[in-house]
Design a protein around this ligand. Structure first.
Ligand code: WT7
Length: 645
């Protein structure tokens, strides 16, 4: 597609950018040809070490194992807080914007130091230390960041669970990690509505004997149940603790956090990230992809429950001594001008959000944008799913007024930090393309047999060399890391994504090629939704596929086969959707639910999702070969009853 639009770096942006095209090329080449020197230099520049490493990197993609900066010691909280105090003690570390536009506050690096130190001391006082797992189930309030950093300070491994997940999902994650403590809040507030976090936590904890301490932040003052001896109010305990908390010396390869993410089969997996490589990846990419400089006010709208929140609200920006905005609410509350109001209020210069939010705001109408100034903005970012060129153009023209480069950043929970994105002062952009690989990243496109394809082609996206923030393990099941990412195309990391490379070498991510859905930038396994549906006694079998959705990117389409003698009804549809919400959370709730007298299966009994996908996508004309089905007539019945998507 040589007719694709190409936008050069705006001249005014280039003038003050950290990196130009020559530097990007030079760094990229060195990062590939001599990774040890490249990463050793970056590690010295960007991080503070307690003791040096013996070797920069040591990896083997035939197993997937990797070690970075082996032998070195450091502490992540010290890197994100203490080392900035001398120069930036009074600088805003976090600007918190509440759900209610009347509420906001600024936390300086010095205040952050004290808050984190006190909480870390409380955790230690509860007997929590290096290697213990602590679950964090929080709304978007500064205490969520304090909790993560307090864990890092004492060497405890955090597992943040998104506040929108159900008690059931929370329980699974606490049990899998055998967490000994939970940090939560009485209630969260989003879009004017309350989220019963403590009540959810109580339901989860009733089945989690490993948790001896539950620390509860008072956010709303709403009524909550209490279990003496287990539950502690944050506001009663934390202020009693001393601010000084000696940071634990951590090995470069000691675990920093576990973050659960969905795969194509079974239960979510606990992606394990370690200390030095992760922090280096997060800080380097935050600095150069966002061109983040000392006077910037940087805002990423993600939730800390996702990896984007970990790397680009907390660890990357704070490691760089930047000012990071943390937003409790939603982009459309009180109305669709909210994010631009916040940009003006806090003079945000760098703004990073997801295509689903961009499309929702675009749909609300330009007047919500143009009624605000946005003069402070100089860079815009996108993450989480492919951004369609229409939304890209709108973001570029209406929001950024053609002044702000757009960085479309491709990466995954398993990657720890951005892998493919334009360096904004260096790389021309094309709407819909994540453009070129970052330092140390060697992407390749392979066919279904694993043969590497050269030139302008489409296929499966793999990565051929290790990068510092790559996944180290799946918690409690190391073999599963190899099976999931390193066994499909031996010798490479398989992303699960399809991609096209154009004649300029630019990458265009086309979406998942496995049974993973991307709903509003949230990853969801079809198998998880199906498992929830079949819990219902009236359901015999269920098959879930994605279909294109104007705002969410993908919607969830469920085909449900009922037990013999059970009758379809609207009430049952509602019940089934509610069941999925209860089991997983509202993000997994099916958009469409069609009853199917039976599902299309091969003679060996395998459901043919390809056909269901075509039906849900309304691509009836290109169903393909159905002759291998045990009963091809099933397809006509499903087509006749298909729901309008
Ligand atoms: C999947 C990873 C770490 C980012 C937040 C989501 C999709 C992510 C892009 C992008 C096209 C993207 C991929 C990927 N994805 N960013 N810029 N363009 N697709 O992290 O939950 O681990 O999901 O999100 O399909 O595999 P995640």
């Amino acid at each position: 597609m040589s007719d694709t639009k190409r936008y050069p770096v705006p001249a005014a942006f280039r003038q003050r950018a950290l990196m130009d095209a020559e530097m990007y090329q030079r760094w990229y080449q060195q990062s590939i040809n001599d990774p040890a020197t490249f990463w050793g230099d970056r590690a010295q520049e960007l991080l503070q070490w307690r003791s040096p490493w013996q070797s920069v990197c040591d990896w083997d993609f035939s197993t997937g194992d990797a070690r970075w900066f082996d032998g070195a010691t450091l502490n992540v909280a010290e890197n994100c807080i203490d080392r900035h105090l001398a120069q930036r003690g009074d600088k805003a570390a976090i600007i918190w914007e509440g759900d209610d536009p009347a509420e906001s506050k600024t936390i300086t690096y010095r205040q952050l130091h004290d808050e984190v130190g006190r909480l870390a001391n409380l955790l230690r006082a509860r007997g929590i230390g290096k290697g213990d797992r602590v679950c964090i189930y929080m709304p978007m309030i500064p205490e969520a960041a304090y909790a993560m950093l307090a864990c890092a300070r004492i060497g405890a491994v955090h597992s943040v669970v998104f506040g929108g997940f159900s008690p059931e999902a929370l329980k699974d994650r606490i049990q899998n990690a055998e967490a000994c403590a939970l940090i939560t809040a009485d209630e969260g507030v989003r879009g004017g509505r309350k989220v019963p976090l403590k009540a959810n936590a109580d339901r989860a904890l009733s089945q989690c004997p490993s948790v001896h301490s539950c620390i509860v932040v008072q956010r709303t003052g709403g009524q909550v149940a209490w279990q003496d001896g287990r539950d502690f109010w944050y506001h009663e305990q934390v202020p009693q603790q001393p601010v000084d908390c000696p940071a634990e010396s951590m090995d470069a390869e000691d675990p920093l956090f576990i973050l659960y993410t969905s795969g194509s089969t079974g239960k979510p997996k606990g992606v394990l990230h370690t200390t030095a490589g992760y922090l280096l990846g997060a800080s380097l990419t935050h600095r150069y992809v966002f061109d983040c400089q000392d006077d910037d006010v940087y805002w990423c709208t993600a939730d800390v429950g996702w990896v984007t929140g970990h790397s680009y609200i907390v660890y990357g920006p704070l490691a760089n001594g930047a000012t990071t905005v943390m937003f409790e609410g939603v982009p459309t509350y009180p109305d669709a001008s909210r994010v631009w109001q916040v940009v003006d209020k806090h003079q945000v210069t760098i703004f990073y959000t997801a295509p689903t939010a961009i499309r929702a705001l675009m749909g609300a109408g330009d007047q919500f944008v143009t009624g605000t100034s946005r003069a402070s903005l100089r860079l815009l970012g996108s993450v989480g799913e492919p951004i369609n060129p229409e939304a890209w153009e709108w973001y570029y023209r209406v929001v950024g007024e053609q002044r702000c480069p757009i960085v479309d950043t491709w990466w995954q929970t398993e990657n720890g930090s951005i892998l493919i994105a334009p360096i904004p002062g260096a790389v021309d952009t094309k709407p819909g393309s994540a453009t070129l690989p970052l330092f140390g990243v060697v992407p390749a496109i392979v066919d279904d047999q694993g043969k590497e394809l050269e030139g302008a082609v489409s296929g499966n996206l793999v990565i051929k060399q290790s990068w510092p923030s790559q996944i180290r393990s799946i918690y409690g099941d190391h073999q599963r890391m190899y099976d999931t990412y390193f066994s499909t195309y031996p010798g490479t990391y398989f992303t699960g994504d399809g991609a096209r490379r154009d004649e300029d070498g630019y990458y265009w991510i086309t979406g998942r090629v496995d049974d993973v859905l991307n709903i509003s930038g949230h990853r969801m396994g079809t198998a998880e939704v199906e498992s929830a549906l079949v819990l219902h006694p009236k359901v015999a079998e269920a098959a879930v596929v994605g279909y294109p959705h104007d705002v969410k990117g993908q919607g969830i389409y469920a085909f449900v086969d009922l037990m013999d003698g059970e009758q379809p009804s609207q009430a049952l549809i509602d019940e089934l959707k509610a069941l999925v919400t209860k089991e997983i959370g509202a993000i997994a709730r099916p958009d469409q639910l069609q009853f199917a007298p039976s599902l299309p299966k091969t003679r060996s009994g395998k459901i043919m999702r390809r056909i269901l996908r075509k039906i849900a996508n309304n691509e009836i004309d290109t169903l393909g070969d159905t002759s291998t089905l045990a009963d091809p007539s099933v397809v006509d019945v499903l087509i006749a009853a298909r729901l309008n998507t």
